[in-house]
Design a protein around this ligand. Structure first.
Ligand code: GUN
Length: 283
């Protein structure tokens, strides 16, 4: 079997084209969706990532504003800026890029963002709403993964989804979203014994371990859907996932490539959340 690729870049582009139209209509009604992205410090990878976010905003007509703060910025100052945008009606989404410098508490910053503008879906209120199935901002990478699977018309209900990884940003919430879609969900992580025995039962295997080419074909049930969330750099500079692509391709029914897989979906769902926030704020 040669797996069919789930091309995140194509699904993302189709969604962004629909969003352009949605934003155009909102603007006709006098609503301009606005996103404020805040970065503290000069980490080159993070800077390139946030610039990508504001560039994507422009693509669909969202008013994206990037605020670059010096590494020495105090937590107090950052919290004051967040408060300013919490109270700014033109701003529908606030995103503070993580990681933050050591002298600033991630938790204090995440909890300072109004849950109604938390387009990252990181605030405990949104996590709670997601868990109880209420209307919430869903974290962008997990949301993007569910949307990719749905775009391929792959059945989720009743399927066994195995998630490898338990981060707050990806592993934990992605399992919850698949549970909300009526899948049976199992989590594996670094302390799981006999991991292969469990992952080989997965109809849908989601790999978010952050280790280069960690999952080979011996972890995968023939015909499984494999979602590779990893982004790692090889010695030759090329990007690769947490899955050995050539091996998974031989055995899976569907597979996400790296790059052009999950990555492009994450920013797209951020745009989606910002548009939703603009709509919800005017209901
Ligand atoms: N750092 C890496 N990924 C993310 C993300 O999705 N949101 C934020 N705020 N920071 C990140």
């Amino acid at each position: 079997m040669v797996a069919e690729l789930i091309k995140g870049n194509e699904i993302a582009q189709a969604k962004r084209n629909e969003m352009k139209e949605e934003v155009r209509k909102l603007k006709e009604g006098g609503i301009v969706p606005g996103l404020v992205v805040i970065i503290v410090g000069e980490d080159p990878a993070s800077l390139s990532y946030v610039r990508g976010k504001t560039k994507a905003c422009k693509q669909v007509g969202i008013d994206g504003k990037l605020i670059e703060l010096a590494e020495e910025t105090t937590e107090e100052k950052l919290l004051a800026i967040i408060e300013q945008y919490n109270n700014d009606e033109a701003c529908h989404g606030i995103l503070v890029q993580l990681p933050l410098p050591k002298h600033i508490s991630d938790t204090s910053v995440i909890e300072a963002i109004s849950p109604e503008k938390d387009v990252d879906g990181f605030h405990p209120i949104n996590i709670g709403r997601m868990m109880t199935g209420q209307r919430a901002f869903l974290p962008c990478t997990p949301f993007g993964i569910v949307e990719m699977v749905k775009a391929k018309n792959i059945q989720i209900e009743g399927k066994h989804v195995v998630v490898i990884g338990r981060s707050n940003i990806v592993g934990k919430p992605v399992g919850q979203l698949f549970l909300n879609e009526n899948a049976t969900v199992t989590y594996c992580h670094s302390r799981t014994p006999n991991m292969k025995e469990i992952t080989r039962q997965a109809d849908i295997l989601i790999v978010a371990v952050g280790k280069k080419e960690f999952i080979g074909k011996d972890y995968i049930k023939p015909g499984a859907v494999v979602i590779d969330v990893g982004i790692n750099r090889k010695e030759d500079g090329k990007l690769t996932g947490d899955v050995v692509f050539e091996e998974a391709e031989e055995i899976a029914s569907y597979l996400t490539p790296v790059p052009k897989g999950v990555g492009p979906m994450t920013i797209t769902m951020l745009l989606q959340n910002t548009i939703l926030s603009a709509k919800w704020s005017h209901q």
